[in-house]
Design a binder for this molecule. Structure first.
Ligand code: PEP
Ligand code: MG
Length: 743
């Protein structure tokens, strides 16, 4: 019998009468893997680890030797959740010598976290005199032993330091990342990382393998049913769920589970083990795409666990306890899980590690479920049942709000609902200002399902379709046929309303197979966007071909991003004409325009206006380059302003050039989404604005109420008297408020 199987079998015997004493377990482990020392450190209140039992170290140190989380090798393993395998531990920078243990004789050390339900309960350490690294077999055995020890420690009252401490019941506020808009208040439910397995060891690998097979089949059938019955409208939810299904069928992780069963684990313990390995890998991966894939895999693993528990007739306590209207907290969440929870009536979701381009975020937006992400530490600071305010409109999370805050948010939810109801009444009204100036509002979109917003908002069309968004969600650039299908669906859904497709605006090195090998210092000003398309014309040509094919004889409008010179525009346009010459049926009309977001292009306006069919100002980039202030850096937000003398002079100039040439001019940056900015832009003559869909009706409400003819001279006076202050925001805001405008 191999060491792992023999150890498992002996442990099983030892546990047959109930939980064995810690000392016996670690003595057996030391003997079986041939280590002189095996010790267990347990978590104590106050983030402290204490030597709880040892075989080989000085017994007097038990209960005496303590290390803070983060201190020494043991503390480092507890803090990082990662194992350390060291041939020469004493020379490791984190090594903290504790003379009372008598450990100075031992050179090599392997330390692993003991975790249960996502919490660290302690650290398991084995040591040897000989300087050697422990082998993969030893590591595997000890990982299983760590699972058993987690049960023993939980039974003997070890605590997770993170759950202790003062102020647990005080209100806490977190800044977050908004994943899907909306506000919700409700009791908290915490989605764990799977209940710890009740039985870890098995003596019948064949039976456990069969249980696994049945559970995997049930999990796959469940996913098929989800896809067939509960998906919200639109293509993306389907695509992300198909991705989960593919991953659920992936043989790689299932093989690892099967191997762990062969090694003597129950099916539950084996799935747990693989899921926690995935979790550990995810902690170390910075690439958001890979993290998403691992999260999908963990989603599948957790679904298998639920099926395994179902085989024992167990019911998921969380599902039983979860009230409708609750707010779900999860460290990570797959799109399929989110769909399940939505069906149970949750009011909102907080995904600690979620990002706006992640699958859970895409699904939450499609379901209209308020969602926040990027809130590190929130789960550890929360208790199930706590009241939570989730404000995705303000990217804020409040745990245990005070009574006044609670009441204020109830009012905010009611106001929001009323506002939305009021805005909806505006949908069919004409877009004309109080003084009779017509304006035209469009939406910015990037996913097919967002096209639904045209009907919901009454917008005139899509002024900016960011083609890179679907590719970022997908993780790669699809081939021509797939791209054609995406663009075709967008045009179908727009149903005759105009769509301006912008060619790929991928930034920096993201997702591109031909990314520069050196990371760039300033990716926003690096090899991005049209520069990539012109340097790698095959990528751009494929995209243009897909757009032409998708149009299939309908009118087509294409816009190039980040154009810096007239020559770049001509080159890109040349590629488009070359593709268009080969494709039949030709589009009914072909509009070719450019974004204006690089200041250099401002000095080519007369020629540009002669050659472009339309120009759309990308104020996000144009502002950042004009003021040399990073649009993504929160600390820079106060350093640039659209409502400022330099920006308004520049916009005036562009408006004049466009009017002289008779070229349609619009603006599609975030500024268009803000009613005050929209009012200023319309007064300058930029009356075609493309914005996020949620802003269309609020902007329409303000533009419909404002007397632009009265505002113009006010703005002129303010611009004439800037006295060195770049921003005119305050006086403009004061004027708008005097007029009773909802800015
Ligand atoms: C802009 O820069 O204003 C713009 C609309 O493009 P993006 O935000 O996609 O860079
Ligand atoms: Mg831009």
């Amino acid at each position: 019998m191999t060491t792992p199987l023999r150890l498992m079998s002996k442990l099983r015997q030892m546990m047959s009468g109930g939980l064995a004493p810690l000392g016996e377990v670690i003595g057996l482990v030391a003997a079986e893997i041939g280590a002189e020392v095996c010790s267990i450190y347990a978590m104590r209140p106050g983030d402290m680890l204490e030597l709880r039992a040892t075989h080989g170290l000085n017994p007097e140190a038990v209960g005496q030797t303590r290390l803070r989380v983060g201190q020494g090798i043991v503390g480092l393993v507890a803090a990082s959740g990662m194992l350390l395998n060291l041939a020469d531990a004493q020379n490791h920078p984190a090594f903290a010598y504790r003379p009372e243990t008598g450990e100075d004789r031992y050179a090599s050390l392997l330390a692993l976290p003991v975790r249960r339900a996502g919490h660290t309960l302690g650290v398991l350490v084995v040591q040897c005199e000989a300087p050697r690294r422990f082998g993969a077999d030893d590591v595997e055995v000890l990982e299983t032993v760590a699972m058993l020890l987690a049960e023993l420690l939980a039974a003997t009252g070890a605590v997770d330091g993170a759950e202790e401490g003062f102020g647990a019941a005080l209100p806490r506020q977190f800044d977050a990342v908004a994943l899907a808009p909306g506000i919700a208040i409700g009791p908290l439910i915490v989605l764990g990382t799977g209940r710890p397995p009740r039985h870890v060891l098995s003596d019948d690998a064949a039976a456990e393998g069969e249980r696994l097979r049945l559970a995997v089949a049930e999990m796959r059938a469940g996913l098929d049913e989800l896809i067939a019955s509960r998906l919200p409208e639109g293509r993306e939810p389907r695509e992300v769920l198909e991705a989960t299904r593919l991953i659920a069928a992936d043989e790689g992780w299932l093989r690892r589970v099967a191997e762990a069963i062969e090694g003597g684990l129950t099916a539950e313990a084996a799935v747990h083990r693989v899921a926690s390995e995935l979790r550990e890998r995810m902690r170390r991966i910075a690439d958001p795409y890979l993290r998403e894939r691992l999260a999908d895999m963990e989603d599948a693993a957790l679904r298998v666990l639920v099926c395994l528990e179902g085989q024992d007739g167990e019911v998921d306590e969380l599902v039983e306890r979860s009230p409708a209207g609750a707010i779900l907290f999860a460290r990570r969440l797959g799109p399929a899980q989110l769909l399940d929870w939505h069906a149970r009536g949750i009011a909102g979701v907080v995904v600690e590690e979620g990002s706006a381009s992640g699958h859970a975020a895409i699904m939450a937006r499609a379901l209209g479920l308020p969602a926040l992400g990027g809130v590190r530490g929130a789960i550890d600071a929360a208790e199930a049942g706590d009241e939570v305010v989730l404000d995705a409109d303000d990217a804020t999370l409040i745990l245990r709000p005070e009574q006044e805050v609670h009441v204020a948010y109830l009012r905010a939810i009611a106001d929001r609902d009323n506002r939305i109801a009021g805005f909806l009444a505006l949908r069919g009204r004409p877009s004309v200002s109080a003084d009779g100036t017509p304006f035209r509002l469009l939406i910015n979109a990037g996913l097919t399902l967002e096209v639904d917003q045209l009907d919901k908002t009454g917008a005139a069309g899509i002024g900016l379709f960011r083609t890179e968004i679907a590719m970022m969600a997908r993780g790669s650039i699809p081939d021509v046929a797939e791209q054609q299908a995406i663009y075709g669906r967008v045009m179908d859904a727009a149903d005759g309303r105009p769509v301006r497709f912008r060619t790929l605006d991928l930034g920096g090195d993201k997702l591109l197979p031909d990314a520069p090998s050196q990371p760039e210092e300033n990716p926003a000003m690096g090899w991005r966007s049209l520069r990539v398309g012109l340097d790698r014309p095959a990528i751009l040509r494929r995209q243009l071909r897909a757009m032409l094919l998708a149009a299939n004889g309908r009118p087509l409008s294409v816009m190039f991003p980040m154009v810096a010179t007239l020559a770049e525009f001509r080159q890109a346009r040349g590629l488009l004409y070359a593709e268009a010459a080969r494709i039949r049926p030709a589009p009914a009309s072909l509009q070719i325009g450019t974004m204006l977001e690089v200041p250099a292009l401002l000095w080519a306006l007369p020629e540009l206006m002669r050659e472009a069919h339309f120009v759309s100002i990308g104020s996000n980039d144009l502002l950042q380059f004009l003021f040399a202030a990073d649009r993504g850096a929160p600390g820079m937000a106060g350093r640039y302003d659209l409502i400022s003398a330099p920006m308004l002079s520049m916009l005036d100039h562009v408006v004049r050039e466009a009017a002289a040439a008779g070229v349609p001019l619009s603006l599609c940056g975030e500024a268009a989404s803000r009613p005050l900015e929209a009012m200023v832009l319309a007064s300058l003559g930029i009356t075609e604005l493309s914005m996020s869909a949620s802003s269309v009706l609020p902007v329409k409400s303000v533009l419909g109420a404002v007397d632009l003819a009265a505002f113009r001279p006010v703005l002129d006076r303010l611009r004439a008297n800037t006295s060195g202050h770049a921003s005119l925001r305050e006086p403009v805001l004061a004027w708008a408020r005097e007029q009773g405008l909802a800015v």
